[in-house]
Design a binder for this molecule. Sequence first.
Ligand code: C2E
Ligand code: CA
Ligand code: CA
Length: 267
Amino acid sequence: MARKIQQNVILETQLYNALDKHEFKVFYQAQVDTSNNNNIVGLEALVRWISPELGMKYPNYFLPLSEMTGFIVLIDYYVLREGMKQIVEWKKNNFNVPRISFNISSRHLKEKIFIEKLKNLLHETSCRAEWIELEITESHVMEDLDEAIDILIALRKLGLTVAIDDFGTGYTSLAYLEKLPIDKLKIDKLFVTDIDKKKINQSIVKAIIDIGKSMGLKIIAEGVETSKEKTYLLDIGCHLIQGYLYYKPMPAGEIIKELKRIKDDTF
Ligand code: C2E
Ligand code: CA
Ligand code: CA
C-alpha cells in the first residue's frame, strides 16, 4: 500500500513535468465509412506520453491516476488545444480533413467553467465548433443525468457534435437515451469483438443500431479488427468503423500523409 502511494506520488510529479516539457502528443485514429469507398470521415484524438526515459506510454498507464488526482483536466485541455491548433493549420493549408473528436473526462465536463473554457479555446485557436466533436462516456452521462443533459444542450448550442463513447457498457435505460441531445453512439469494442460468431453480441448490437437509427443518431463501431466483424456490422446496418482493421492511431504527420495519399489516388 505504502509503496503504491509512493509510486503514485512519483508518477504524479513526472506527469506535471511531462506537461511542462510538452511530452504529451496527440495521435489520431481515422474512422472510415465502409459504405463509401472506406472514406475517412472522422479522426479521434488519443493522447500519448512520449517520455525520454520511459518511452511511449499509453493512456492506461497514466489516465487512471490522472482521473483520481484531477490532472486529467489539464491533459484534456492540452489535447483539445493541440488538436484545435492542428485542424486549423490543416485547414489553412487547404487539406480536406474531417472532424476531430476529443475524449472529455467527466471531471472536466463537471467544471462550472467548462463551456466558457471551450469557447475561449475555440476563439484563441480560431477553430470552428463544427470542426470538432466531443466524446463523453455513457457511464459519465449516467452519473448525473439532468446535469449531463444541461451540459450537452450547451455544447450543441456552440455548434459542435457530441458522441456517447463506450456505448452499451453504462446501462443507460433506453427511455433516457431519447432525452439525450446527442449526435452519435460509439458501440464499445466489448460487443464488437467476434460479433460474427457471438450470438449475444449480435443481439445487443442489432438492438443498439435499431434504436439509435430510429432516433436519428449516427452509429459507429469501435475496435474492429477483422474483416468478418466488419462485414457482419455492414450487413446489420453499421457502416461507420473505427479499428485496427483500417487504421491504428498515428501522429499528425502520418495521418495527413494518408489523407493526401487517398486524395491523390482519387484524382
Ligand atoms: P476510447 O475512447 O474507447 O478509445 C479507443 C481505444 O481503443 C484507444 O486506446 C484506441 O487506440 C483503441 N483501439 C482502437 N481501435 C482498436 C482495435 O481495433 N483494437 C484494439 N485492441 N484497440 C483499439 P488508447 O489510445 O490506449 O486510449 C484508451 C482510452 O484512454 C480511450 O478509450 C479514452 O477513454 C482514454 N483517452 C485517450 N486519450 C484521452 C484524452 O485526451 N482525454 C481523456 N479524457 N481520455 C483519453
Ligand atoms: Ca473515445
Ligand atoms: Ca470507446
